[in-house]
Write a protein that binds this ligand. Structure first.
Ligand code: NAD
Length: 478
């Protein structure tokens, strides 16, 4: 049966690959005829994304439930639907300003050179390879930035979320011509064919291991990449800050998608004397926020049986080593049918446990005691740079010290994970958590060719190219 299935997938993929390549060529040809879409045209495309999301919101909730087993609708509304429309609204409000040429100083030695500008030009055909955890937000959100920048876009959703992928393909093809936005659905062969295309830019979001393969494939075409990868984001609770606010913040965020979020708190550093306090407050928080969490509609299912097994294996290993595990719910249940599982704290885990070596990406929260802040900094720096470092406390000097002495793509003070949610804030990783930025203005620039242009000449030439303050919107209608 395995073999039949593999053959079927292969045949499906080879048809999908043929269509994918044809769509890529069609996008290239269309771009050649539309290298500088006008402000009005780009606005129209962004408005189409908004109405596409809003008219399909109920189907989006359903697709997510089908893919995850259980997926809370209110979370789908905020994090998958409104996150995308908010991004489009923000781009609509700022697009005209982002499209203006940016004047630069001219060295006096260059005689006769009157001006210089950096102009953001569309790159061309841009790809987006998305993971399963936020199929719509990571699948369609970046398309906002890419279309705002004037590009044509191809999306490849994850094979682990077939319902969401199929719905996105349907929504997108009902909204955009395939030579403007195209969605490719298929398995691993299709994913590889996708990365082999000579894109003008490629965004990949997913694990660091696959990120390496994507970058290697892109290198064959010298395609520039933006990589949004994973890692283990730590939260540091400073002495005196193990309070219902901070503990509620980290546990509440870990409940989003039941820990399956790239910027979630992977583990917490807590002053040694506060370990029990942390566990008590966390248990009280859970009892209030989501009684019977693992049986409730608030609990997102783990994406696959394999990932669920990985979670229970991580816990079993810790348990076998005599580690104290605090389930944040009485009689929490691992439900293999809907793949829901309770959230557990793992108190003072040994550093060589698997859960301390790899990204957890699920409902397990190691709580690590510390005596000195310097030890925490050392431990953070001994691991790969994460997407976020989160610090809770009110001692400005210590918070500043931790932020200065560690490295991460982003971060937060007395909060966690929301650096990924602010539509105006550059988002991305550093080192093993990725490279490049998107969201907001940085996203617009990332998917644009920043073209430096020097103009020698006076009069109308100067007015036309160098003096954007004089009514630039009319002079640069692009
Ligand atoms: P994954 O790397 O397994 O898959 C992501 C995508 O890559 C899928 O679309 C998949 O089909 C495709 N893919 C797989 N193998 C490929 C190959 N050889 N060539 C081309 N494409 C291939 O990642 P995942 O398990 O779906 O996602 C989980 C990881 O993603 C976690 O590490 C998480 O931290 C990270 N993540 C990062 C961000 C971010 O913004 N930085 C956001 C969400 C998830």
């Amino acid at each position: 049966e395995e073999t039949t299935h593999a053959v079927a997938t292969e045949t499906e993929d080879s048809a999908a690959i043929g269509e994918l390549r044809a769509a890529f060529e069609a996008q290239r040809r269309a771009f050649a005829l539309d290298r500088q879409p006008s402000l009005g045209e780009r606005r129209k495309r962004l408005e189409q994304i908004i109405s596409m999301m809003l008219t399909n919101r109920e189907r989006i909730y359903e697709a997510l439930s089908a893919d995850f087993g259980v997926h809370p609708a209110p979370m789908a509304e905020v994090l998958e639907v409104l996150a995308v429309t908010a991004r489009a609204e923000y781009a609509l409000a700022h697009l005209e300003e982002w499209m203006q040429p940016m004047p630069r100083e001219v060295d006096p030695a260059y005689k006769g050179v009157l001006g210089a500008v950096v102009k953001s030009q569309p790159k061309g055909v841009v790809g987006n390879i998305a993971p399963w955890n936020f199929p719509f937000e990571i699948g369609l959100g970046p398309i906002v930035d890419m279309l705002a920048a004037g590009n044509r876009v191809m999306l490849k959703p994850s094979e682990l979320t077939p319902a969401s992928a199929t719905l996105m393909r349907e929504m997108v093809s009902a909204t955009f011509a395939p030579d403007l936005v195209y969605v490719a659905v298929g398995g691993l062969d299709l994913a590889r064919a996708f990365t082999a295309l000579p894109f003008d830019h490629l965004l990949y979001t997913g694990s660091s291991n696959v990120g390496r393969q994507v970058m290697a494939a892109a290198a064959q075409n010298l395609t520039p990449v933006t990589l949004e990868l994973g890692g283990k984001c730590p939260a540091v609770l400073l002495p005196g800050s193990v309070t219902p606010e901070s503990v509620g913040s980290v546990i509440g965020v870990k409940m989003i998608k039941n820990g399956q979020m790239c910027v979630t708190v992977d583990h917490c550093f807590v002053p040694r004397s506060d370990l029990d306090t942390f566990a008590r407050i966390a248990t009280q928080f859970m009892a209030k926020a989501a009684p019977d969490y693992s049986r409730s509609a608030a609990c997102t299912g783990i994406i696959s049986q394999r990932h669920l097994d990985r979670m229970t294996d991580l816990l079993a290993e810790a348990e076998n080593r005599g580690t104290r595990i605090v389930m944040l719910e009485q009689d929490g249940l691992v439900d293999r049918e809907t793949r829901r599982m309770p959230l557990s704290l793992v108190m003072d885990p040994a550093p060589d446990l698997r859960m301390m070596q790899e990204e957890i990406f699920g409902p397990i929260m190691p709580v690590i005691p510390y005596d000195e802040v310097e030890q925490v900094i050392e431990r953070i720096n001994a691991s790969d740079s994460p997407l976020g470092v989160y610090v809770y406390g009110d001692d400005v000097a210590t918070i500043d010290h931790i932020l200065n002495e560690t490295s991460s793509g982003g971060g937060a003070v007395n909060a966690c994970a929301i650096q990924a949610g602010l539509k105006a804030l550059a988002f991305g990783g550093v080192g093993m958590s990725g490279m490049g930025r998107h969201h907001g203005e940085e996203g617009f620039r990332e998917f644009s060719n920043q073209r430096g242009i020097v103009v020698r000449g006076e009069g109308p030439l100067f007015d036309a190219f160098v003096s954007p303050s004089q009514n630039s919107a009319e002079k640069f209608p692009a």
